[in-house]
Design a protein around this ligand. Structure first.
Ligand SMILES: Cc1cc2nc3c(=O)[nH]c(=O)nc-3n(C[C@H](O)[C@H](O)[C@H](O)COP(=O)(O)OP(=O)(O)OC[C@H]3O[C@@H](n4cnc5c(N)ncnc54)[C@H](O)[C@@H]3O)c2cc1C
Length: 376
């Protein structure tokens, strides 16, 4: 990446784009940063997210990035001068049967070798960490540094932080095309017909990043999937860690107001891939509640107060594409976070800013996530 961009256009006002903008202006108050968001900031995956902040259970290629990010989360409110709702209550992935328990035991050593501080815990410890768990719980894996935040609060905190430092955030303005001239990015064509000149463009358009890149001949294999979330009515506080389960799709947490937030990757339908619209599926709602209640029986007394979905960009290997696009000077991509990008946002924004500004890009944190692995 050429050093010292003077003007950067960030495409996409999800958390990845907002974090890039925040870090750019913080690192260099002279660089002009314009962020184009075709709808409202946080309208897609970022605002819909379950907002789990975990290092546990990640692909080895994402572990360094996750650990770096988790090191930032406790200080993020101070850095952003905002409120993300972050709290570090730990993560607990339980096993309800022999197969789950075998998987739990298998997963520990590899993670510990990469410095993810997971511990195998027996049933008594699991029940102590999360009172109310199913009596079938055989134990599980605990990660004390995992935690949770609040999606919308985090979007607002990053957007406000980026604006305060001088980013121009334009909502309701789509990037229509990338203008590449002489092998380098020259501008971003805006949906309103004007042209935004820049030295560097950062494509952070989530599930809609691929069409922009396809128009300059780069067929990145990104596709959108709808992911469902359920929120119950509030209950007295009782659940501290984020709870998952081996062999069953679940992410369960209790929010500050007592409501339980239930996710885990249950699919929602996307009627038209070009737009940010989804429909919930009865089977997913039923299936998610069944799993959640089997793992954590107190949920049987709760009703669903709200449900929604978010459209997330997935790659074939479920790992993000991050970094410079080979062959086009000044073009950076950060997309395809495949259902687990929320936690990574502090480190990803920092890396994008470093790449744009020609600073040390801390390559050891994102080895294996580069764009070139999807050869075209
Ligand atoms: C339901 C759900 C639960 C999740 N739970 C977790 C979790 O617990 N932990 C975790 O770590 N991760 C989780 N994730 C994943 C995480 O939320 C995402 O990886 C992350 O928010 C992706 O951020 P993004 O900025 O890349 O994408 P997005 O938030 O989708 O933002 C992309 C933005 O780009 C805009 N855009 C697109 N094209 C253009 C264009 N041409 N011009 C201008 N703007 C454009 C869109 O409108 C959108 O606002 C979850 C995701 C979902 C959907």
């Amino acid at each position: 990446m050429a050093s010292g961009a003077r003007s950067v256009v960030v495409i996409g006002g999800g958390l990845v784009g907002l974090s890039a903008a925040f870090h750019l202006r913080r690192a260099d108050p002279q660089v002009r940063v314009t962020l184009l968001e075709r709808a409202r900031v946080g309208d897609a995956a970022s605002g819909a997210s379950a907002a789990g902040v975990r290092a546990m259970g990640r692909d080895p290629a994402e572990r360094a990035l996750a650990l770096e990010s988790l090191g930032r989360w406790p200080e993020l409110d101070r850095e952003l001068e905002g409120t993300t709702g972050y709290r570090r209550g730990g993560g607990l992935r339980v096993a309800l049967d022999d197969a789950g328990w075998a998987e739990a035991r298998e997963t520990v050593a590899g993670q510990r070798a990469d410095d993810v501080p997971v511990e195998l815990v027996d049933a008594a410890t699991a029940h102590r960490l999360a009172p109310g768990l199913s009596p079938d719980c055989r134990g599980g894996v605990h990660c004390a540094i995992d935690g949770q935040a609040e999606a919308i609060a985090t979007v607002h905190a990053f957007a406000a932080g980026a604006r305060r430092l001088g980013t121009r955030i334009e909502e309701g303005v789509a990037a229509a095309a990338l203008a590449v001239e002489g092998g380098r990015v020259a501008a971003v064509a805006r949906g309103d017909g004007s042209r935004e000149a820049c030295d560097v463009a950062i494509v952070a358009g989530g599930a809609w990043s691929a069409p922009l890149l396809a128009r300059i001949g780069v067929p990145l294999p990104l596709h959108g999937r709808g992911l469902q979330m359920l929120l119950t009515d509030p209950a007295p506080a009782g659940l501290t860690p984020v709870v998952g389960c081996f062999g069953r799709p679940l992410s369960l947490k209790q929010l500050d107001d007592g409501a339980y937030l239930i996710g885990g990757g249950w699919p929602a339908r996307i009627p038209d891939a070009a737009v940010n619209r989804w429909q919930l599926l009865d089977d997913s709602v039923r299936g998610s509640l069944e799993v959640a209640r089997a793992v954590y029986p107190p949920l049987a007394a709760r009703t669903v107060a709200r449900s929604w979905a978010g459209i997330e960009a997935f790659t074939p290997d479920d790992l993000p594409v991050l970094g410079p696009l080979p062959g086009v000077e000044g073009l950076l991509v950060a997309a395809g976070f495949s259902g687990h990008g929320f936690a990574l946002v502090p480190a990803v924004g920092d890396i994008l800013a470093r790449l744009a500004l020609g600073l040390d890009p801390r390559a050891h944190l994102w080895r294996g996530l580069d764009v070139a692995r999807h050869a075209w």
